[in-house]
Every structure is written in C-alpha cells, then in structure tokens.
Design a protein around this ligand. Sequence first.
Ligand code: TIU
Length: 222
Amino acid sequence: MTTVLDAKPFPFHFAIGSAALVIIDMQRDFVEPGGFGASLGNDVTRLQAIVPTVQAVLAAWRAAGGFVVHTREGHAPDLHDCPPAKRLRGAPSLRIGDVGPMGRVLVVGEPGHAIVTALAPIDGELVIDKPGKGAFYATGLQNALQARGIKQLVLMGVTTEVCVQTTMREANDRGYDCLLVEDGTESYFPEFKAATLAMITAQGAIVGWTASAAALMAALRT
Ligand code: TIU
C-alpha cells in the first residue's frame, strides 16, 4: 500500500495495482487558442501552464507501473451524440461542429480533439472518448476499471470544476476513492478551482482527497 501523507483532508492510501491515473481532457481544444475553450471566451494560457506538471506525474506513474486512462471530450462527426442543449447554449464564437483553426470544434478525429503531444497516450493506456462532462456517462470506463480491479482514482486534467469535478462525483457514486492533484488541474477561473478543491475535501472528504504533484510523486518513490 502506498500512502500520500501530505494529502487533504487526511492521508490517502492506494495500491498501484488497484489504482488508475485518470487524465481528463488535456486536448488541444481546451488548452490551445482557436479551440472549444477559446470559443467560449476563455483565456487558455492558464490551462497550458499545467502541462509540464501533468507530464511529470504521468512519467512517475508510468515508471511505477500504474495503469493510465486518458479521456477526450468530443462528438461524432454527425453530432448525433451532441444534445442540441449543449450545441445551442450561449453565444460562442464557434459552435460544436463548426470549422475553426484546429478543424471542427470538439469533433472526434479533428486536430483540436487530440491530446496535447507532451501527454500523448502510449501503448497499454486506455483512451476514453466521452460526449459529456463526466467520464462515466455513455462510455465504457466503469466496465474497463472493474475488469482491472481498480478501486482508487488519481485525477488530473481540465477543467477543475467542469469535467474533472463531474467525473470525481460520478466516480464517488460508483465506489471509488479519488484524489485530485492540485497543481495537475486547472480552470479558466482561478476562484472556481479554489472553491472546487475546497468543496472536494470538506465534510471529511465528501468527494475525495487533494494533494500536490510533489506529494504524490514522493509517495510513488517509496
Ligand atoms: N468549459 C469548460 O470549462 N470545460 C468543458 O467544457 N469541458 C471540460 O472541462 N473538459
């Protein structure tokens, strides 16, 4: 058993063989200019800044022999899996499916849909394409985790209060213990990130644990 001693609200225990590192939506559509995140009016540079930290944790997790899951938010080219409520919401500069500088926005297989090169999946890692914010909704994630006996999830990715938090809450209801890496996640809104980290650990870890990348990597070295 491995313990992240310096976790909030108290130490987090996991076994590398029954844990998965889940990296949420580190796609060009969210972290590069011209994609979905930017179309909603966001400054994407905040999200780009976490790539080296996510890369360091990913390398440490791989070195420890841990299982890795990458998720990608996106829709089929015919948009059958994109509810009109999602596509028509608000007044973005480009809607889902429109052609932008990185291809069709938030569409599977387009350049913007790809995970950033620094965090590209390698052989043996699971890639989950998801049409929603949560990684369990309309995907094979639950079956894949159950088949491997996974009990604990360590999460990173974007954005903290949207796809990451939604996935953590879905995971809680399915019985997983979840730890979110504080500097391995980011929001377009710093105040939303801070509030999300606080609400996860409140009430005796009502949603889960948080810890720094350094604390997690220190645990992985023991
Ligand atoms: N807009 C926003 O903050 N996030 C999303 O739309 N998707 C994810 O968080 N991946």
